[in-house]
Design a protein around this ligand. Structure first.
Ligand code: SF4
Length: 505
């Protein structure tokens, strides 16, 4: 199959860099419907620009290129062992080219394989079929939204919604609860795949399988079609907004399937995908491996530009910060302020935070900006370049962040999704702020990096190392300040109140 390697690489690269038309259309509608001038609208502007930048330069839409999951159908007679090997090689090549982040970590040793290959990665689902072409579908679903998946065993008791029983009304409550719990942590607005029934393991698999439906299709089962429409309407009344900033959109899609269950079990499994909903597919000629057609794409429809403006329209009211930062500067900031950082910052995420609990930092963090980010980096000779660098979910650092601020004098933490009460208290006590970047805007933020000044703790692998960056005009919003205010806590409270109104008798 002379063209197979090229076809597989193209599928992976296009999936990582170019959102399918149904997702683009849904995001365009969402951006157009948001109230202008709000933080949610600002986030959507950046997201739309980022989508354009990624497809324009074939760069990863989000730095977290997720767990590559392939669903493959082959005609009888195709050698699946060879096809699996060819896909693995294409995954490694896409990683080498910086189109996928090295994301495969040994769960026992913590070592990153560096090429996205390892035990059970990537994920394969093979099937045979009667058709005469090979079909390969791929979804790249990142860790932030993967962590927002939820599985309910009904009957159960839910915050703000009361009891969920073993009926469709109980299912409705579980799905709405999952959207509410996700807030901005999974980079809202999200898309849901849901499975009603089955067992725990297969229920999750079937839920994820629903993400291969296009956002605009209508469920052939009228009962499920009604439920999907109802969830869309109600979830978008919650007010989660883009990135959980509060706003009109919570969801861009909800796709539901049902499977038989055991009499004793009733699971509702929810797969939450983010706005960076990367899913594509191809049909291949089984004799040559050439692409015969793309799935999810309309060849008659060119890729449309998403952004209406510049991506982030400056108002002149932004606060320019040039690290090292002082306590007085941080105490002057309030929730809602937009900042532009110009100067140096350090990345640090899970491994770095755990390391700092037991060891002094390898760099001076007094007055520093600490960026929760696991970038995609490429080395050209001795020089590192940033290929994608959006924020990661900050909540994972909640057990550590207060200590890091207290011990080492960090003044600003950048991430996405917000942090909890322990961090909020530390911001207040020591005079620091939490800045929310726009999750998934990996190309947008990569362009603010002027220079990679160095790297420490490289033994943790590229995403987890501590990168020393010089940035210019890095935009973020103060969502937790040194006065005890938290936009995230406010939005969670307000959306919880709306959720209560969605209880039915
Ligand atoms: S957009 Fe957000 S949730 Fe989605 S993969 Fe990127 S960082 Fe993760």
């Amino acid at each position: 199959m002379e063209f197979l390697a090229g076809s597989l690489l193209e599928l992976i690269v296009q999936t990582s860099t170019n959102l399918p038309p149904d997702v683009r259309a849904a995001m365009s509608l969402t951006a157009a419907a948001e109230t202008p001038g709000t933080q949610s609208a600002q986030a959507l502007d950046i997201i739309c620009s980022n989508i354009d930048m990624a497809s324009g330069e074939t760069g990863a839409i989000c730095q977290d290129t997720g767990m590559p999951t392939f669903v493959i159908h082959t005609p009888v007679g195709v050698n699946q062992i060879q096809l699996r090997q060819a896909i693995k090689e294409a995954v490694a090549e896409a990683t080498r080219l910086g189109k996928l982040r090295p994301n495969s970590v040994d769960s026992i040793t913590g070592k990153n394989s560096g090429n996205n290959l390892g035990a059970e990665t990537p994920v394969f689902h093979f099937d045979q079929w009667e058709e005469d072409e090979i079909e390969i579908k791929l979804v790249l679903k990142g860790g932030g939204c993967e962590n927002m998946n939820a599985q309910y065993s009904v009957p159960c008791q839910l915050d703000h919604l009361g009891r969920a029983d073993r009926n469709l009304e109980g299912v409705r409550k579980c799905i709405l609860h999952a959207v509410w719990k996700a807030q901005g942590l999974g980079c809202a607005p999200g898309a849901l795949g849901v499975c009603i029934g089955s067992d725990r393991a297969h229920g999750y698999e079937l839920a994820k399988g629903q993400l291969f439906r296009t956002l605009d299709d209508v469920n052939p089962d009228p009962t499920l079609a009604r439920l999907e429409a109802e969830i869309m309407e109600e979830a978008n009344r919650l007010g989660v907004g883009a990135m959980g900033f509060g706003g009109k959109a919570s969801l861009i899609g909800c796709k539901i399937t049902a499977a038989n269950r055991l009499p004793a079990s009733f699971f509702v499994s929810v797969a939450y995908d983010c706005w960076a909903f990367r899913r594509l597919g191809v049909r291949l000629d089984p004799s040559t491996g050439a692409i015969t057609r793309w799935l999810y794409r309309d060849p008659a429809r060119p890729v449309e530009r998403m952004a209406k403006g510049e991506g982030f329209a400056l108002t002149g009211r932004e606060v320019v910060l040039t690290p090292p930062l002082t306590e007085a500067q941080m105490r002057a900031l309030k929730v809602g302020d937009v900042v532009l950082i110009t100067g140096e910052m350090f990345t640090g995420r899970d491994n770095v935070h755990a390391y700092l609990m037991k060891n002094p930092p390898p760099v001076d963090l007094h007055g520093a900006v600490l960026y929760h980010c696991g970038p995609v980096m490429l080395k050209d000779g001795e020089r590192w370049t940033v290929k994608a660098a959006g924020p990661t979910t900050s909540m994972r650092e909640e057990p550590y962040q207060a200590d890091v601020i207290k011990r080492y004098g960090v003044r600003a933490v950048i991430g996405k999704g917000g942090m909890g009460p322990k961090t909020l208290a530390a911001l207040q006590e020591y005079g620091a702020v939490y800045l929310n970047g726009i999750g998934g805007a990996a190309q947008f933020y990569a362009r603010t990096v002027q220079e990679v000044l160095g790297v420490n703790l490289m033994e943790f692998g590229i995403p987890e190392a501590m990168w020393h960056l010089r940035v210019k005009g890095f935009a973020a919003i103060v969502t937790m300040d040194a006065h005890g205010a938290s936009l995230h806590a406010d939005v969670e409270r307000a959306t919880g109140e709306v959720l209560e109104t969605l209880q039915k008798a």
